[in-house]
Design a protein. Structure first.
Length: 89
């Protein structure tokens, strides 16, 4: 919930299915209004984008993503059993 912020009115075009979902969410009490619901969705998307950017930056600073060997060693160390990929028939 965004408190104490000045609001700006904008017009957006959304697919009817998304509008229906937002309205259902409001009726279910998940948000005070469709605008509040969409604002919360944008807030969450922004957080995900920022996390993605931060991860990319961290990977760039540390030499990139784990190699298959590094991932296997990490899984073994953590006691995680990896599933094998099935080959398409």
């Amino acid at each position: 919930m965004i408190i104490g912020m000045t609001k700006s009115k904008i017009a957006v075009t959304l697919p009817p299915t998304l509008v229906a979902r937002a309205r259902r969410a409001v009726r279910a009490g998940h948000a005070d209004s469709v605008s509040a619901y969409i604002a919360a969705a944008i807030e969450e998307k922004t957080k995900l984008d920022e996390l993605s950017d931060m991860l990319a930056e961290m990977l760039a600073e540390t030499g990139g993503p784990l190699t298959e060997r590094e991932r296997r060693v990490a899984d073994e160390t953590l006691g995680i059993e990896r599933r094998r990929k099935r080959r398409a028939a």
